[in-house]
Design a binder for this molecule. Sequence first.
Ligand code: WTA
Length: 656
Amino acid sequence: MAQTASDSTIDALLKEGRTFPPSPEFTAQANVRDDSLWREADADPEAFWARQAEKYLSFSRPWDTILEWNLPFARWFVGGTLNASYQCLDRHVDAGHGDKVAYLWEGEPGDTRSITYAELLEQVCRFANALRGLGVKRGDRVGIYMGMVPELPVAMLACARIGAAHSVVFGGFSADAVADRMNDSGSVCLITQDEAWRRGTTVPLKRNVDEALTKTETITQVVVVRRTGNDVPMTEGRDHWYHDLVSAQEPTCEPEAMDSEDLLFTLYTSGTTAKPKGIKHTTAGYLLQTMYTHDLVFDIHPDTVFWCAADIGWVTGHSYIVYGPLGNGVTSVMYEGTPDFPDKDRWWATIEKYGVTVLYCAPTAIRTFMKWGREYPDKHDLSSLRMLGTVGEPINPEAWIWYREMIGGGRIPVVDTWWQTETGGIMIAPLPGVTTLKPGSATRPLPGIGASVVDEQGNDVPLGGGGYVVLTRPWPGMLRGIWGDDERYKETYWKKYGDRYFAGDGARIDDEGYFWFMGRVDDVMNVSGHRISTTEVESALVDHPKVAEAAVTAKADPQTGQAVAAFVTLRSGYEESTELAVELREHVGKLIGAIAKPKWITFTPELPKTRSGKIMRRLLRDISENRNLGDTTTLADANVVKELQTRAAAEADKEQ
Ligand code: WTA
């Protein structure tokens, strides 16, 4: 298996070996206090999930069959009907909780909005009616390209209410990325905003949409939320101001009765090829997975103030800002901007201001806060916090301990949660009232989830060993496939082991069965907790007229976990230069988004290739991480490598 950035972390941890059992006080008040759920689930997983569905979901027609497992295609709660927006809103309002706050929204410039469940329901109904008025129908796909404003969850739930599937594109992606996703999903309508606030400046979302729409054919309607208020061009007949549309609508809207297995959304994620995959999630199973995990892993109570500091443009935001918390009727904080605006204590000020009880964020953020120093959290009273969570990449024990000490005051649980866009919700994580924590480990599969670590042949590795992570049985929130590409679904996740889901992650499993994740084993990088495909960045580089060939690899980075390192060969006649490196970075930013820009670009007259002409990526990774190169006997030309090592080292020196 490929060596990964976190190998050294794991060694460090094994030496340390600290454990943190739950405190008796925490356990006494926890939703789960013993291991009976695991035993119940193992005894009969399907019956277990059926009981959870009864507990969490409101069906308008009950389901007939718990699970139809037609490997690798699952259908859960077959025959049932329900509506995700009803599940997230009406249910709570009908139960008398209409005045409970759904979102405590904090705008980056400092403006705030507090939105109750009743208000959110009315907004969703009005916008659902407006979408219907624009001709959006049940079964259609709708694109959403927005910043973190309350109208984003409103738009998602309005789609769900009328039975249209949403396809949210992260607001940091470029016009081209938007166009690709709209074309692939065949979206008929795109919801956006004039501009987004980010670190005190504006992101031109509507202008990007205008550019994207020159490359799309299916979108006939655009809805624009006014956020910054700056002037943006509007195309007569196609573009509509959100606020004009909704004010003219009725405040109620009958929810569509959707089948359990009707598509709720697609969300695009990087795979090993250049083309992002539209991951499909359906209604009942996904809602159950997000609500169940949110409730248990974060130990939700009626007075919880939950803050998932992800962006809704990624799956973490879908599941733990929108569907999980709203499904559970919880109050969430939603923050629009960056952690350093106007100063580096913005998160801690926000926690103090709203009395946040649970914070869920990415290790990359924690490492950034470590770098900024403890004086920022120290300025604020964080005593409202009851627990902390992390997601998106392996967390190194140092960061885990810092998070627990500096943010959690050394007194509360930290849950490391492993999951993927494909799994819909958390899969491997502690239950904080029960599980003894080990810094750097996501601990064990949740009740109902089957996971193990296997070798190349698919045999379980013995405790203490390392290998590939597989999921051993279907789960309600599992992806239902890749939009428009069943073959790729089978190939990517099921071909390797046949009857078990291949997650693409490496892990070790310790002598107590705890999982220690070690990063991706395929050509997917993890930058700041976001998946980026090496192939996609390579394609973007080669798209530049001066580039002949490019190979991209992940390089361990103290802050972002991994950073993109690119090796570029120019077409003849072009000169290597710092300016050109800048130009190439910008080019990648334009084609994919800033997140994919290579941090390191090494120009090279040649890439290391095997005799059969395959680029040796493993070697490039070793070169960029300055490691011994192991076996290079298959190289066509060994001199290429020496030259590259020198160049890459020079490049790395420049940075310091
Ligand atoms: C990685 C994000 C280690 C992993 C929810 C996975 C993690 C990919 C963890 C999915 C964790 C996520 N420990 N690695 N706690 N959480 N990952 O689809 O490589 O954006 O396959 O979903 O992130 O990223 P995705």
